[in-house]
Design a protein around this ligand. Structure first.
Ligand code: FPP
Length: 236
């Protein structure tokens, strides 16, 4: 088994606190935080990680002030404008999971165009979780399965973990849909409704570093720590 995790999921937390600690408005933390995405994506690809899933916006984040949301959508669009060309050149495929229909039209359309533009990428599957919540994702899958069962398209014995997973938002990741390593910055030690099913056997790496300060060196260290773990998947 490769010592490089196939699927890494990151909760990019601490932007607001980073800004407030420096006397800046919260949005400035997002500006700085968004600039950390490129080097981490690049490093993941170089190291041979197959899937990188970034929690960019949770369903709970809609409660934030309008001005902060506006900045987040602007940053997302900026990222796409700046990066699509290089992502394509480097074989990165982009996916979005979550209630993308809730996003402002401009951001949604640009995201969809970028997803289309990058659809041939084979090196790294990069996913932005946007307006995403894992319970809603699992419930959706339950509804699809229940409907198939009610219509006699699926037998009770066919409702297996393997078949169920095909209805989760991350189904496109196939054999890599299970998260191997979950990283959360900013000292919080919670999953916050992120990839609950996919993280069943994930190793967790919590760091006190706030996301805007999270460096490539630290990312490498997180992967180094992962190498030292003995993963037993319930065995001995
Ligand atoms: C958590 O910090 C971070 C977010 C809610 C947004 C994450 C977004 C980015 C890093 C930029 C998006 C850009 C791209 C390219 C995906 P917080 O605001 O909850 O920080 P706090 O816990 O300190 O308040």
């Amino acid at each position: 088994m490769s010592s490089i995790p196939n699927h890494i999921a990151i909760i990019m937390d601490g932007n607001g606190r980073w800004a407030q600690a420096r006397g800046y408005p919260r949005f400035f933390g997002h500006v700085r935080g968004s600039s950390r995405v490129r080097p981490i994506v690049e490093e993941a690809r170089t190291l041979g990680v197959k899937a990188l899933t970034l929690y960019a916006f949770s369903t709970e984040n809609w409660k934030r002030p309008e001005e902060e949301l506006t900045v987040l959508w602007k940053l997302l669009r900026k990222y796409i404008h700046r990066e699509v060309k290089d992502l394509k050149k480097n074989g990165v495929r982009l996916h979005v999971i979550g209630e993308i229909e809730r996003l402002p039209e401009g951001a949604r359309k640009e995201l969809e165009a970028a997803v289309e533009e990058l659809k041939d990428g084979k090196e790294l599957q990069l996913t932005f979780a946007l307006s995403y919540g894992a319970r809603a994702e699992i419930l959706n899958a339950v509804k699809v399965v229940a409907k198939k069962y009610a219509q006699c398209d699926l037998k009770m014995t066919e409702i297996t973990e393997e078949n169920f997973e095909k209805h989760l938002a991350t189904a496109y990741l196939g054999e890599f849909s299970d998260v191997d390593l979950l990283i959360r910055t900013s000292g919080e030690k919670r999953l916050s409704n992120y990839l609950l099913w996919q993280c069943s056997y994930a190793e967790f790496e919590f760091t006190d570093t706030l996301w805007p300060d999270y460096s490539v060196e630290q990312f490498r260290q997180s992967l180094e720590n992962f190498k030292q773990r003995k993963r037993r998947f319930g065995g001995i």
